[in-house]
Design a protein around this ligand. Structure first.
Ligand code: SF4
Length: 167
C-alpha cells in the first residue's frame, strides 16, 4: 500500500537519488509543484509488479528505503504480533479495493492515479455535474469507504509523531 497509491500520491526524490538513473529504470520522474520544485514520481508506482514486489528494489529511491509504516514498526518491536499485522494489512487493502470499485462504478477509471487524487476528482465532479440519485447514493458509499480507510491509515499506518524517524 506504500507503493500502489493507497497511502501516498507520490514519492519525492532526495539527496543521493539520481533522476537520470531512475528514469532509465522506468520511473517517470517529473517535478513537484511549488516554489522549490524537486524530482518526484506519482503513485501507483511504475516499478510495482503484479506480485507487489518492487521491480527496482536494489535501486529504489531514498524515501522508499527509509520509510517504514507504523504497522511494520509495531510488528518489528513486538507491539503487535505478525499475524495480527498481516490481518490488518489485508483488511485495509480490502477497504482500499472497495473504494476503488466504487470509483470505477462512478466512472472514475484512471488506475494510474492515486486513490486520494481519484477521490478528489470525483468530489469535484459531484459538485460541478448534476448527478442523479443513483450516483449520489454511490458517492455516499464511496465517501464513507474513503473516510473509514483514512481513519485506519492515520491511526495504524502513518508513522506516529513521537517516532524519531518519521518522514
Ligand atoms: S520504487 Fe519500489 S519501493 Fe519505491 S514506490 Fe516504487 S515500487 Fe515502491
Amino acid at each position: 500500500m506504500c507503493c500502489d497509491g493507497t497511502l501516498f500520491d507520490g514519492v519525492q526524490l532526495e539527496r543521493g537519488d539520481s533522476a537520470k538513473r531512475l528514469r532509465a529504470l522506468g520511473l517517470p520522474i517529473g517535478l513537484s509543484q511549488g516554489q522549490k520544485p524537486v524530482g518526484r514520481f506519482s503513485q501507483p508506482c511504475a516499478a510495482l509488479c503484479e506480485d507487489r514486489t518492487c521491480h527496482i528494489y536494489q535501486d529504489r529511491p531514498r524515501q522508499c528505503r527509509t520509510f517504514e509504516c507504523q504497522v511494520f514498526k509495531d510488528a518489528n518491536t513486538g507491539r503487535i504480533e505478525f499475524p495480527a499485522a498481516q490481518r490488518l494489512v489485508e483488511k485495509t487493502r480490502r477497504q482500499a479495493d472497495r473504494a476503488r470499485r466504487l470509483l470505477f462504478r462512478l466512472g472514475e477509471t484512471d488506475e494510474y492515479c492515486s486513490l486520494g487524487e481519484r477521490f478528489h476528482r470525483m468530489q469535484c465532479r459531484m459538485e460541478t455535474d448534476a448527478p442523479d440519485a443513483a450516483a449520489l447514493a454511490l458517492f455516499a458509499d464511496l465517501s464513507l469507504a474513503v473516510h473509514k480507510l483514512k481513519l485506519v491509515t492515520q491511526a495504524k499506518f502513518y508513522p506516529q509523531s513521537d517516532e524519531p524517524d518519521s518522514p
